[in-house]
Write a protein of this length. Sequence first.
Lengths: 692, 103
Amino acid sequence: MSDPLDTFRTEAAEHLAALELALLEMEQQPDEAEPIATAFRAMHTIKGAGGMFGFQALSEFTHHLESAFDQVRNGIIQVSPDLISIMLDAKDLIEAMLLDPEQTPEQAQDADELLQRLRQVVPAVADSGEAAARPAAGQTPKGEESAYRIRIVPAPSAFTDGFDVLPILNELHGLGTCHVATHSGEVPALAELDAEVCRLSWDIVLLTEQAIDAIQDTFIFVADDWQVRVEAIDLAQDNDYSDQLGDILVERGVVTPDQVSAVLTAKPRMGELLHQAGLVSESDINAALLEQKVIRETKQRKAQGMQEDIVRVPASRLDALMDLVGELVIVQARMKQLAQSRDDEDMQAVSEDLDRLTTELRDNTFSVRMLPIGTTFSRFRRLVRDLSRDLGKEIRLETEGAETELDKMVIDRLADPLVHLIRNSIDHGIEPPQQRQADGKPRIGSIRLSAEHAESHVVIRIIDDGAGLDTQRIRAKAQERGLIGGDFRLTDDEIQQLIFEPGFSTAEKVTDVSGRGVGMDVVKRSIHDLGGNVSIHSTLGTGTTIKIVLPLTLAIIEGLMVAVSDERYVLPLTSIEECVELSRDAMSEQNGKRLVTLRGSLVPYLRLRDWFRVPGEGPAIEQIVITRLGDGYFGFSVDEVIGQYQTVIKRLGKLYEGVAGLAGATILGDGGVAMILDAAGLVEALETELRA
Amino acid sequence: MALHIHGEEGHCRLGVDGDLTIFQVAEYRQQLLAECAQAGTVTLDLSETRELDTSGVQLLLALRKQVMAGGGKLKLAGISDAAGKTLAVFNLAAEFPLEAEGD
């Protein structure tokens, strides 16, 4: 069993995320009932669970928020922008409070201030000092006592799920006069008992002045898994069929539940009685009993099915599994080669089967770690809202392709770079509303986040309709910094890529929002570390698009295997454009840089034999692999291009950490090792060397 | 936390010290089944019981059923405040009547 406190925190975080989305939705559509209900449920659950896990201050604080939401839910108060802002701030505070059950003095003060603000908008909210013993009341006039029949049948897994009916019964006692009947009829004797499976159920009659809402709220966090029925008892009627005499007698203490169960079992069944009265034939009964059996089995099967939908797995277990699968893939490749080299048909047949199964296993395992990028996209709504408010801009965030899946690790490492890029768009890209209107643009700026699959990689775009990049200014700044010489002719597009260079910023004002623009080179490096690349395309006055291309998974690489003498290297396929034969007359040199003429333009390239100092001359005709880097091209010349190769990346270890251009290694089918190259790293290393 | 069991001549005396909750029920059930199930009378002492949860109550009910099915009796020799409160919330005082020693 994993630590329940961790589970509580994980689930609370999920509720808070749902709460935030609901709040943002409420801001756009204040009359929609669903987000209000979601927000209320989130508050209620966190309040209750928080109390159970010792987060007293949190529970009390959340109680007031829950009360406020209850009033919204009942139409007593309207949703307003002020209320939303207060609630969003409250959500942030709750997040902080989740870190430790002991409330810090700062948190206590923040809580007080927030409740003060809340009181301005929702007068009925009490002081934060009050204990939160009672749930929020429904709004029927007090003084009218009603009776309710409550039937509670917990899920059999209730004990191991961590839910106990005791706190619920206590809460019901707090609502009024409560008569509880515990049904142990289904509890077997000790010999047959599974002690961890719940077979108890309860029938309760509650006399209360509260409205039915208050009763139902007590069950909110078990309602999904338990059978709970709350019905008003019409005290006026005499012939209410469900007023079981047996139950009332039990409640009045006249008989015990066991005695009632014993008599009921001895009593002839309904079917028998009807048969004896000649009203039904035996086959009618059997058919009906069969139907009953089928219905019960279907219900049970459905209940089980729903429970099996989601499984929580610690990420470290998945990592371990993936490592093993990776190793298996490598060993299987060696087996395949062995089988092919022997002339053994049986062995080859087995090897083929193994190949097929291993591929399927690999694909399945890796897909387990795939998550839709939508989870990351939603985080940005809050960012866009808060930031645009702070800067006095009006911006709408649109998303597309939220269901596009990526490896969990990639998503985690993508979050920071995306945040930075969006902040940039908001800060430097989108203009203030008045200026936009003056320019004939719509007042509300738009930022669009899109994600889509393209072959074996994912393309993510951030598109804004803001001011765009001033290419002339960038060119001037770059020349000023010596990043480009006067005689180099770069296209506008190439100039734009310069903003990813370290220390580059043409911002007039350094705002605290996105700093000096030092982030762009970090963004580029983060994306390169993920095996992808980033580029920017912008039109002055119209807008900017940033495009990020990423491999689908970090652990497996789709590569192109090349050879230099006996050495093997793998270049990641994502960046490869084409392979061309390199003839002597296409080769040239300039400033120590090798260049090849490709369809009229000059493409710089690196000779791998030279770089890795592989001894020997090499063939007369070499092959050159052209890769796309940023928005330019770069080539790598090799002896031979062997072919596409899908492989698991193995880390190289500490000894190789500082070596530029190596992304890892892989073990080949024949037991040899191929180095996996990092194209961007190699190019950077080459440029550093040339400049030295 | 401990379950003390003394069996003598068809009379089983049980004491539950500490918690009787989901964390103990499976283990205690085994012990009870091994040593108490055949007893004619079972005397239960809950005066040192710290926490009693629903699964604990269910275990006690199952024990009671087992004993009664064999024609025996289950008596309660003592009960702590906490355990008493739990039984009260469940309205099970009648199933576990408190009897003075020697009855």
